[in-house]
Ligand binder design. Structure first.
Ligand code: SF4
Length: 403
């Protein structure tokens, strides 16, 4: 157990307690039920199969198709469950909305309703998997807003240094992974593979990684060795499309510019820019760390995507292969602005910000936020994470001994 954990034992999410008051004072609807869940679900809740429920982390709101909350951590009779949560006013909404046969709901571990109108003991998905069904009647008054320990700490001192430290750890981890690849394949193919993973995004990362395995950089460049500039991009795009054939590519929830076929076209343009001939060597355009984000701007890759590529592909590959002086590369990383806000970090941004301040304005802090979310928030780490140590330890800022 870390020092922080010893100082601040992980609290349960706010306890479930009756709150008698005029019934109609509380807002209605699924959105209100979801708001209560994220605020701490203080209304009485029971699990229909008799188990006790403890919410360790409510997950992250997930608008759009799919479950309402992702990456929640709950305990049922003391047994930890991690996964998604779905809300309905009535339990019958699950089948009425077709969730029982929708693979997007395969990770749901808890179904929270205000009324169990069918009287079932559990909610069923697909081949009969039983999902815990919790009934949380609408409370009389809206619950007070929940605050995890990091919010109070952030008010005492902004957690910028701690976030940057976590971001640097994340970068070094990626560079270490790239180092092993680069030793076997050379730095340029690693850069190409990481660029594919980055452009694939969350939805298509696995499929794009498969494209890199099917068509590594040397093989890709051989497919368009001497074509004129304008024809070369198209030849590269055709080769990438062919390599993608049969892979499970998804457009769901993506804006058109992020559709997989558009991303492959953008990658073809980037490859034509970085590798003007068939030699799979480290690109001349990326010899200088300072030039990286600008060198990556091609049709289909705007300023935000170029920053994503710099952080997730160029820096790890260059650091892993020791192509750039480490101090200079890390100084560049620290200076980079954040590419774009990530939906899963929105609650954390609210807790760690304040007064309109964006705690993830720098790329390093954003990477730190992602690490924090994955390793702590989504694992029920409130009270034991690096940002929730109480004063006078300055809420993790003074901690140097790792997470
Ligand atoms: S685990 Fe996440 S939400 Fe909880 S206190 Fe730490 S940073 Fe905040």
């Amino acid at each position: 157990m870390s020092a922080a954990a010893a100082l601040a034992p992980a609290p349960a999410w706010p306890s479930l307690a009756d709150e008698p008051a005029p019934w109609d004072a509380a807002p209605r609807g699924e959105a209100a039920l979801a708001a209560r869940w994220f605020a701490g679900l203080r209304a009485p809740a029971r699990v229909e199969d008799g188990r006790s429920l403890r919410v360790r982390f409510p997950g992250v709101p997930a608008p759009g198709h799919g479950p309402d909350a992702r990456d929640a951590v709950v305990e049922l009779d003391g047994a930890e469950l991690r996964g998604d949560v779905e809300f309905h006013l009535r339990a019958s909404g699950w089948r009425a909305h077709g969730h029982h046969r929708d693979p997007a709901y395969a990770r749901v571990v808890l179904h929270v309703v205000e009324e169990n109108d069918g009287g079932a003991l559990a909610t069923l998905h697909d081949g009969g998997r039983a999902i815990a069904l919790a009934v949380a009647p609408r409370p009389a008054v809206p619950p007070p807003a929940f605050e995890p320990p990091c919010a109070a700490c952030a008010r005492l001192a902004p957690p910028d240094a701690a976030l940057e430290r976590l971001g640097l750890e994340r970068l070094r981890e990626k560079a270490s992974r790239a180092r092993h690849w680069a030793a076997a394949r050379g730095p340029a193919p690693v850069l190409h593979a990481l660029a594919l993973e980055t452009l694939g995004g969350r939805r298509n990362r696995e499929a794009f990684a498969a494209i890199a395995r099917r068509l590594p950089l040397p093989a890709l460049l051989e497919r368009a060795p001497a074509a004129p500039a304008e024809g070369r991009t198209e030849a590269l795009a055709a080769a990438l499309r062919e390599a993608a054939r049969g892979l499970p590519l998804s457009r769901r929830g993506l804006r058109p510019a992020a559709f997989p076929e558009r991303r492959l076209e953008a990658l073809a343009a980037l490859c034509a820019r970085l590798w003007p001939d068939a030699r799979p060597v480290w690109p001349e355009a990326l010899a200088d760390p300072a030039a990286a984000p600008r060198a990556l701007r091609v049709p289909g890759i705007g300023a935000a995507a170029a920053l994503e590529l710099t952080v997730n592909a160029v820096l790890p590959a260059a650091l892993g292969a020791r192509l750039w002086p480490a101090d200079e590369a890390i100084a560049r990383f620290r200076a980079l602005p954040a590419p774009a806000a990530y939906g899963q970090l929105r609650p954390l941004a609210g807790w760690l910000g304040g007064g309109g301040r964006d705690p993830f304005a720098r790329a390093a802090a954003l990477q730190g936020g992602l690490r924090l979310h994955d390793r702590h928030c989504a694992r029920g780490g409130c009270g034991a994470c690096p940002l929730s140590a109480p004063p006078p330890r300055a809420c993790g800022i003074a901690r140097e001994g790792g997470e």
